[in-house]
Write a protein that binds this ligand. Structure first.
Ligand code: S3P
Length: 172
């Protein structure tokens, strides 16, 4: 099957890609897909286990394949893992697609992800880790985005609405 997602969501972990993505899919009457879920289903183990067993580099290679498959095979709303945009080939594939970057500030990030041990990259000193991750990634998120939607102080429903408005997408 060859298809392009109607919307691709990017942004850091914990920003609400899954929640907002499912709301958007409902509003647009299309399917929702998440590349982290694809990886877990395909690998039969959690993301944290893949990081521990094989390291980040191998995870990124697995992720790249999953992202490229989903970009070619899903026509609904697609959420990418927070680090997927680190890959230059993936960024090239995102050019010309409708991509929403969901952003948040550091305090919001720590509130949402600080105690979540399922996210291996933030397991130790989440505030510092998050700042470093964002320094490395902010410009990459911005580079692939057709719209940037700040999530701070907004409910998921409000974020979904702002994204629909920014993309000028009508509900189905
Ligand atoms: C990661 C984000 C995670 C997951 C993995 C690495 C990252 O996805 O892919 O833990 O590098 O930002 P979410 O953004 O869906 O949490």
């Amino acid at each position: 099957m060859s298809a392009a997602p109607v919307v691709v969501l990017v942004g850091p972990m914990g920003v609400g890609k899954s929640t907002v993505g499912q709301l958007l899919a409902g509003r647009l009457s299309v399917g929702y897909r998440d590349t982290d879920d694809d990886i877990v289903a395909e690998q039969g183990r959690s993301i944290a286990e893949i990081f521990v067993d094989e390291g980040e580099e191998t995870f990124r290679a697995i992720e790249k394949q999953a992202v490229h498959r989903a970009l070619a095979g899903h026509d609904g709303v697609l959420a990418l893992g927070g680090g997927a945009i680190l890959d230059a080939d993936t960024r090239a594939l995102l050019a010309g697609q409708r991509v929403v970057y969901l952003s948040m500030d550091v305090e919001e990030a720590v509130k949402r992800t600080g105690l979540n041990t399922a996210r291996p990259l933030l397991a130790v000193n989440p505030r510092k880790q998050w700042r470093e991750l964002m320094e490395a990634r902010r410009s990459l998120y911005e580079q692939v985005a057709t719209a940037v939607v700040a999530t701070d102080g907004r409910t998921p429903e409000e974020v979904a609405q702002v994204a629909l408005d920014a993309l000028e997408l009508k509900e189905a």
